[in-house]
Design a binder for this molecule. Structure first.
Ligand code: C2O
Length: 497
């Protein structure tokens, strides 16, 4: 089947934390944004009309591989030209991966202004298909009262020694007052719900627990896992996790869903948390308690249901992270170079370069390009020379998650502990001062980003481009409509009321 969504993207007004009403990017006049839903095998069509007036935009469908349609990946300056104000663009792609995903703007650090929403691909044959009553999507996120147009220039011009802007709030389903109506099993046997948890935030990782309830993890980032019990989960920006939760039998109270932020990116003793409720319709709400974050499930302990042997690496790419001030502007760097968006989308360059598409020198050097050969197995090692915990996301693939060290002492060695059937996901964290080792097979021709999913860092350079098997691409030539769309991206929008 084909599932069609018409999305008119425009500024609306929202006040999700009950703090400050502010201009927010909505769809069809609404915010929070609509859920995109499809069934495995469907074709999804999203017709975008940019009615923002002052900003270009694009939509990326986070976690979907876009096999055979790399020009639908929604990354402006990489897979397409940004959609200028007044213009439209049709995204059309097949969904052949089940599970929990999301969509967001991939233009100019724009999604923290609200352009991010959930996307679910239903799988009638999921291994846990018969085991739950219904599924409930819960997003966790962070929220700023000020617009990116104001925050970004200030961020870019600040010293690299300073930390990132601290969000004003964290939200569950884009509100500070989430109540999820649930039924007790009422003595009629067990009742189980599937919660699909998605961190759509711009910066903060969050720990999450449902008080009084144990969770059983069955999916991360679209990969089914061996059912694994957890009391506390950690979700970095961009990560998803599905959990089965058994409801209580005739409870006399409602139970809190509690999140607490990872404070590694924040100076001082800021403590931000969110509380929502599993609402059994009881008179009383149970008192929320702090989380025992030491109890959080480590994703390295997860095992995919569909076990695949450890890939043998053909090639290793080592990415050393750093942050510096260059010409008065703050930049995050991989191997001493910041990513700066090229003038022509990298995919378009790959398509027009002919045989030269396999030479890294055919691309603008500022885009941190690596050209990958067909089917080579690539190992990426990220070395984090920083105090924060960063989430790295690879487009176009799942990677095998091999190794993560906690500190400098755990530095990477060739003799890594043997991993038998590593978990696969598309977003994984690197610890403060530690490293991360992942592997994937370059079997999806296209141009795929690898970047930190903290929007401040991605925007200021912590991004690399994988040009994968460019000679196998068969998309014809693609070009941007207008050479330059002169739009002042720094212009803030005024609140109308
Ligand atoms: Cu969720 Cu490059 O993105």
């Amino acid at each position: 089947d084909t599932v069609t969504y018409d999305f008119n993207i425009s500024w609306v007004s929202a006040n999700p934390d009950g703090g400050t009403r502010r201009p927010t990017i909505g769809i069809n006049g609404q915010w929070p944004l609509p859920l995109i839903q499809a069934t495995l095998g469907d074709t999804v069509e999203v017709n975008v009309l940019n009615q923002l007036g002052n900003q270009s935009t694009s939509l990326h469908f986070h976690g979907l591989f876009m096999r055979d349609t790399p020009h639908m990946d929604g990354t402006s300056a990489i897979s397409q030209c940004a959609i200028a104000p007044g213009e439209s663009f049709q995204y059309k792609f097949k969904v052949d991966q089940p599970g929990t995903y999301w969509y967001h703007s991939h233009t100019q650090a724009q999604y923290p202004d609200g352009l991010r929403g959930p996307l679910i691909v239903h799988d009638p044959n999921a291994p846990f298909a018969g085991e739950y009553e219904r599924d409930v999507v819960i997003t966790v996120s962070d929220w700023y009262h000020r617009q990116m147009a104001e925050l970004l220039p200030a961020y870019m011009s600040q010293s690299h020694m300073l930390m990132d802007p601290v969000p004003d709030a964290v939200l569950l389903n884009d509100t500070h007052d989430l109540r999820v109506p649930v039924g007790g099993s009422g003595g009629n046997g067990r009742k189980t719900y599937l919660f699909r948890l998605i961190n759509v935030g711009a910066l903060l990782g969050q720990y999450l627990a449902i008080q009084g309830h144990e969770m059983t993890v069955v999916e991360v980032d679209g990969v089914y896992t061996r059912p694994t019990r957890a009391n506390v989960l950690f979700l970095a920006a961009g990560q998803r996790c599905s959990v089965l939760v058994e409801m209580k039998d005739m409870p006399d109270r409602n139970y809190p869903i509690v999140t607490e932020i990872d404070t590694s990116m924040i100076m001082g003793s800021v403590r931000i948390s969110a509380t929502g409720w599993l609402d059994y319709g009881a008179q009383h709400d149970e008192q929320p308690r702090g989380l025992n974050i030491a109890d959080a499930l480590d994703d390295l302990a997860l095992v995919p249901l569909d076990e695949q042997p450890l890939l043998e690496a053909d090639r290793r790419i080592v990415l050393n992270m750093n942050v510096q001030t260059i010409d008065g502007a703050k930049h995050w760097l991989f191997n001493d170079s910041p990513f700066i968006p090229p003038t022509e989308p990298v995919l378009y360059t790959a398509l027009s370069a002919g045989d030269k598409a396999v030479q890294p020198t055919s691309y603008e050097a500022t885009s941190n390009v690596f050209v990958l050969a067909a089917n080579e197995v690539v190992e990426i090692v990220v070395n984090n020379n920083h105090m924060g915990r960063h989430p790295f996301h690879l487009h176009g693939h799942h990677f095998q998650l091999l190794h993560r060290s906690d500190d400098w002492a755990g530095a990477y060695h060739d003799e890594m502990k043997a991993v038998s059937s590593p978990i696969r996901r598309d977003t994984a964290i690197v610890n403060p001062g530690g490293n991360l080792v992942i592997r994937f097979k370059a079997d999806n021709p296209g141009v795929w980003l690898f970047h930190c999913h903290m929007e401040w860092h991605a925007h200021s350079g912590l991004m690399a481009t994988m040009v994968e098997d460019p000679l196998s691409l068969s998309l014809g030539e693609l070009s941007c409509k207008d050479e330059v769309n002169e739009v002042d991206e720094d212009e803030e929008v005024d609140e109308e009321d």
